[in-house]
Design a protein around this ligand. Sequence first.
Ligand SMILES: [Zn+2]
Ligand SMILES: [Zn+2]
Length: 609
Amino acid sequence: MPIKHNYSLETLRHSLAHITALAVLRLYRGQVCFGVGPVTEQGFYYDMEIKNSGQNSLSLEELPKIEEEVHKIIKEGLPFKKKTVSISEAKKIFKKLKQPYKLELLKDLEQYGTTVESQKSKIKSQKLKINKVKTVTIYQIGEFVDLCRGPHIRNTREMTLYFKLTKIAGAYWRGNEKNSMLTRIEGVAFETKAELEKYFDWLQEAERRDHRKLGRQLDLFTFSDLVGSGLPLFTPKGTIIIEELKKYIEGVCRKYGFEKVTTPSLAKIELFEISGHAQKFNDELFRVTSPKGHSFVLKPVQCPHHTQLYASRLRSYKELPIRYMESDKMYRAEKPGEVGGLSRVYAITVEDGHIFCRPDQVKDEIKNLVQIIKEFYSSLGLWENQWVSLSLRDYSHPEKYIGDPKDWDKCEKILQEISNVMDLQAKRREGEAALYGPKLDFMFKDALGNEIQIPTIQLDFATPKRFNLTYINEQGKAVNPVMIHRAILGSYERFLALLIEHFAGAFPLWLASVQIVLLPVSSKQAHYSQTVATTLRKEELRVEVWEDETISKRIRQAELQKIPYIIVLGDKEKKEKTVSVRERGSKVLTVLPLEQFLNKIKHELTKKK
Ligand SMILES: [Zn+2]
Ligand SMILES: [Zn+2]
């Protein structure tokens, strides 16, 4: 008989974290110090220090044993006992239990009224008022006692989730590398067995599509210890994909009046002090100095450089809008431990753009930008399931933003109107705005169902004022233009990672680094292969000829490389001037005159298939 209850998934998952902690405590009696055990998107984790034969770690092999104990505890039907105590009483309890991490949390509660690090530092730096905490709640199951706000289930028997302990990882106490390293036991837990199974299918699919793995397999990018982590090197094949993306996005933007500009990576810090980025990025800025006394900053964003192109001469209202675009590297000093793959790197190549326009032009400009985003993402099959966020400021914390509140109101109104007119049905989300203004953010779902937030349109009345940018209006008066920041594909690095995973490495023809591979059956067709290759290359197609190994081995290799077209050339093809074509994903060989194949390919390329 299933047990009926009304607990939320969160309560159940969090209770499971406690049960897991008890299981560990039983198995490694008296040698466990507990950190925290919150819920996650798929389940929960618990951080703990396990002094197991002098080593603070567990091996993956021990998970089944812990899992078995968890099942046992559920069957035992132990009650979750809740107690409200004063902080000093709680301190006594955890001192007796020898739980230093819990004691640290209690100290924070006493001093700052919170255990959240970000709130703590805010209270310290801004001298905010502290919400006094007098009492805390303690939950106990068996001999495991936890400092916890709850809520929890009443009895372990009420644990109805289907779960699996999945991972053991190292995690710094409170995410700070200066603290000790704890062991994190992670689990996934769902309400039904089907959901749990679906999760593991998804995981398998995610591994199959993993961009780091496929990036190696398809030879798209690499890393070097000498160059450093977080600094990817793109191979010729990877570079082709990036260049094709660049060519395409720039072509689309050019249709809407964007012009390409080029600016240096370095600038004086003053540039970013005026823009406000120096303060905002602060410890994420790379500072560059030389023995000759130079002192520069590697640009963390493109906008300030573009304002200086605008400011290079006097502007008239007739010249506006001015639209700049640039694909260039930007630098962020990410935490060394956090860089990895293409998703988190030190230097990202951002496809960036800025519009300077008159207030009466703002709406049309934004409409065009929405068109660009739609055109670009539709062609990649990503436009479906999209939704739009109207990202507004956090009204209770105006100090986080720059600019005049009146301008903010105006901007928010404009974006809302555009959402209405274009039927974007933008969801209003407070606290998601940029430093200088509200924005429209476009969200997509990739093939794995992950939400991706890349394209953005941001209205900015503040930056032109900060840089004193002006134009002469119809009345002959110098006034500030409006600045619009826009990103379409974001950074090429992250976008490539996304596309690799989205297409599982099987890029559409126009993006594929090798579009066609020619496989002569024997050396007798070597000459004909070269003739075919030359004909195709004349049409700017990316062709390789593979002559080594047996034909079946080469076909297998071409499949692994996910090349869109495999062409087999034997004596018959040579004699009849034809090609035997095998499309990716199909086992059928179709014989076509070379000319006809060429037309088919050209047609597909124009349709961006
Ligand atoms: Zn808890
Ligand atoms: Zn910008």
